[in-house]
Design a protein around this ligand. Structure first.
Ligand code: ADP
Ligand code: MG
Length: 314
């Protein structure tokens, strides 16, 4: 392709909301064999919503939700935001006594006065969070987190979590003072175009892959919804770049599509990194392509554009 053709293609991309950082990336995209998608926020809408909150002890439901929300309030994770949002609604809508004035809820619901004091908060990437409330340790996260802390999961809790996961939800375990007190089920719907894009890639001879820090059961349930067969689950944040490299081993050209801070090493390791425009700045910086419309269809447009631009000289 002539420099003019590259310039024209870059312009066509830009008009479609596909920002291409340089001619090399544009050229590599025609040979993409695998497209590795991050799950949360890339294949899914990134709008996590609590669908289930189950308490396994005598603890009052409202008390339980306040405890979990207080613990998660310092976390930036989408799951944490969903938990806080859910508890906030419960707090202000389901217990009118907490709002005796009967005033508009909207104002109060943004206040944080209902949250408990938290100390020694730490985010544990790929696992959850840890903190102290009233001098007692609180853990909120996945099985890995509980295993590391030596907390065993009783069979009835395990089967409850499995049930959530089989219906594409993420199960979050809550431990207070070494007792497993409850479980939250969180759903994040897939993007509307996801299944069509997967089908389109397969038609183009490109293999779609999912990589996620979420557990394999939830990951497979989501993958099944959109037709992805290759799934890498339980991947620690640092492991996503290794996942990219494992597909590159035989010389295959690999694209990575992601939105999060966690994804930036993988975006950089990929032959073609594509960041979702609504994603974090770090991901956008690490990528060769930025998909400004946040639509997965733009992955197909990007590959198509490269193929059309470089086909002329083949
Ligand atoms: P993803 O690939 O979906 O971005 P992450 O590495 O961010 O995955 O998280 C992986 C898993 O770690 C989550 O599915 C969840 O089980 C657990 N986790 C991470 N952060 C939190 C949190 N703040 N609260 C509860 N669980 C968390
Ligand atoms: Mg993500």
């Amino acid at each position: 392709a002539t420099p003019t053709a590259v310039m024209v293609a870059t312009g066509v991309g830009a008009n479609n909301g596909v920002l291409i950082k340089g001619g090399d990336a544009l050229e590599r995209a025609q040979k993409i064999k695998y497209v590795i998608f991050d799950k949360t926020g890339t294949l899914t809408q990134g709008r996590a919503t609590v669908t289930t909150a189950k308490v396994f002890t005598k603890m009052d439901r409202g008390e339980f939700l306040t405890l979990v929300a207080s613990a998660e309030a310092s976390s930036e994770h989408p799951l944490a935001k969903a938990v806080v949002e859910y508890a906030r609604h419960f707090h202000f809508f389901d217990d009118p006594s907490l709002n005796p004035d009967g005033q508009s809820h909207s104002k109060e619901s943004t206040a944080s006065g209902w949250l408990l004091d938290v100390s020694d908060f730490s985010a544990l990437p790929g696992r959850g969070i840890q903190c102290f409330i009233s001098g007692k340790q609180v853990l909120v996260g996945n099985r890995k987190l509980l295993n590391e802390s030596g907390i065993t999961i009783p069979d009835h809790v395990e089967s409850f979590v499995v049930e959530l996961e089989e219906s594409a939800r993420t199960g979050i375990l809550v431990v207070y003072d070494d007792n497993l007190i409850g479980v939250m089920g969180i759903a994040d719907p897939v993007k509307r175009e996801a299944a069509v894009v997967v089908e389109g890639l397969l038609k183009m001879g490109v293999r779609p892959v999912m990589v996620t820090g979420d557990n394999w059961r939830t990951a497979h349930a989501v993958a099944r919804e959109i037709g992805i067969q290759d799934v890498m689950a339980d991947v620690m944040p640092a492991g996503k770049a290794d996942a990219v490299r494992s597909f590159q081993k035989d010389g295959s050209i690999v694209a990575m599509v992601g939105d999060g801070i966690n994804d930036s090493p993988a975006l950089a390791a990929a032959d073609v990194g594509m960041a979702i425009g609504a994603g974090t700045d770090i991901a956008i910086e690490a990528a060769d392509y930025v998909l400004m419309r946040n639509s997965l269809e733009d992955v197909i447009i990007a590959i198509d554009l490269s193929r059309k631009t470089f086909a002329r000289i083949r």
